[in-house]
Write a protein that binds this ligand. Structure first.
Ligand SMILES: [Zn+2]
Length: 445
């Protein structure tokens, strides 16, 4: 095994966009009609709020934003006057498993994590493809109704991406791979490549890989997946440091994860990484520019390692609450201090009651009341874009950004924060646009 993390010549695998086929598809798409949208408040980016603002949109991108009286609509633009409402960037849910939406309300609450996994495996095995497909459609509809324009989704089957591609959301689909037996690493990797090859070339979709976690992926398979992703500029996501037991297994091959793998006939003796989870991932090259999901239990040196490797973190507060974990124990403030990008995710409906990113933001504010509304709103938007490797500007309404926007109907009192009004709202979003196309109009999808 290598002694040090992989070389860091170019840190960011994020932000390089999709492959050629996706770029071509985007180019071939006819442009949506120009728009001119006015609202009492326009949120351009977390610190920039314009009162009585307007956004002019051409070719699906923000052409101009500013006070309404200073802007002119483009020729032939459709005018939408929202009145007392807040027009803001659509939310970016950095971590979800839409495939598991059919498990809503059926899973153990506050169970030990490995018991939850046992139940998950059993229920998935018993589910029909139609149940899973319905769950994906309903999950996507819920994202749209709650103002989410982009999702970072984990997929284990090809049809998840195909269904998602039809619903109008922007998505980064991480194709998941698991396999702890090193003897089968090549076979699992070949299967992953086949799934990537069959993934739909949809204009709003980027494909990436997700070696699931250090307790479910052998170091050999982790390295194969990470190299493949790095060589092709594909985004990579990994579940990391979710529970203390993960470290027990990763370092010494003991504890509940060992028992689980043995029970499933998947344990390979002495093949655990022999290092703490983040270091194990880094040694396999799977932390470089990656999205580290959870990071609830960093070990000594992990925050510096994440910063060095250019990794971002997805925090899923309500999934943590599902398992009875202490919300305030997350290293979020220390990560932000180090300059690590932290985005918000909902995780799946198998460990959450909803996939509304505003509920996650409220949970963050409750657990960390010292964070500013701007910091939390950034975690719902620009940080998510960065964490998923989307082009600069995504997650804002700055000129040049894709017009991915939502509308919150709220009257903001003088001196109050419109960002808090957005986060505090649980009403359905009125409109949702993705790349200038309305996927929800005046409250209807
Ligand atoms: Zn997850």
């Amino acid at each position: 095994m290598k002694e040090s993390p992989a070389p860091r010549a170019t840190l960011s695998r994020r932000g390089r966009g999709a492959g050629d086929s996706a770029a071509l598809a985007r180019h071939d798409r006819p442009s949506p009609r120009p728009l001119f949208v006015t609202a009492r408040h326009v949120i351009v980016d977390p610190p920039t709020v314009i009162e009585r603002g307007a956004v002019s949109v051409t070719g699906g991108k923000v052409a101009a934003v500013g006070p309404a009286e200073t802007l002119r609509p483009a020729r032939g633009a459709r005018r939408i006057e929202l009145g007392d409402a807040i027009l803001h960037p659509g939310f970016i849910n950095a971590h979800c498993h839409l495939e598991l939406s059919f498990l809503k309300g059926r899973m153990l609450v506050r169970a030990p994590f490995t018991d939850w996994i046992r139940e998950l495996v059993a229920r998935r095995g018993a589910a029909s493809p139609a149940m899973a497909a319905n769950g994906i459609r309903e999950g996507a509809a819920r994202l749209i109704a709650t103002g989410t324009s982009t999702v970072g989704d984990i997929a284990t089957t090809p049809y998840a991406a195909t269904l998602l591609a039809r619903c109008g959301l922007r998505a980064v689909v991480y194709h998941e791979v698991t396999g702890f037996d090193p003897a089968r690493a090549r076979e699992r990797f070949t299967n992953l490549k086949a799934r990537l090859g069959a993934a739909p070339a949809a204009p709003l979709m980027t494909h990436g890989v997700s070696p699931h976690a250090v307790y479910s992926v052998s170091p050999e398979l982790m390295e194969l997946a990470a190299r493949h992703a790095w060589g092709r500029n594909l985004p990579l996501a990994i579940h990391l440091a979710e529970t203390p037991e993960e470290e027990e297994f990763s370092r010494r091959g003991v504890g509940p994860f060992r028992a689980l793998l043995e029970e499933m006939g998947l344990y390979a003796k002495g093949r655990e990484p022999g290092a703490r989870p983040a270091l194990a991932a880094a040694r396999s090259g799977a932390l470089r520019g990656a999205l580290a999901i959870h990071m609830n239990h960093p070990s000594r040196g992990d925050l510096a390692l994440l910063a060095r490797e250019g990794a971002a973190v997805a925090l899923c507060p309500n999934s943590n609450a599902w398992f009875g974990r202490d919300a305030g124990a997350h290293p979020l403030p220390r990560l932000l201090e180090r300059g690590v990008t932290v985005a918000l995710g909902t995780d799946s409906l198998a460990s959450n009651t909803d996939i509304d990113l505003r509920a996650e933001a409220r949970a963050v504010l409750r657990a960390f009341p010292r964070l500013s509304p701007e910091q939390v709103f950034a975690m719902m938007t620009v940080n998510g874009a960065r964490a998923l490797g989307l082009p600069g500007g995504t997650g804002t309404l700055r000129p040049g950004a894709p017009f991915d926007a939502a509308v919150t109907r709220a009257r903001v009192k003088r001196g109050a924060s419109p960002l808090l009004a957005i986060i505090g709202s649980s009403r359905p979003t009125e409109w949702l646009w993705v790349e200038g196309r309305a996927v929800r109009r005046g409250g209807e999808s």
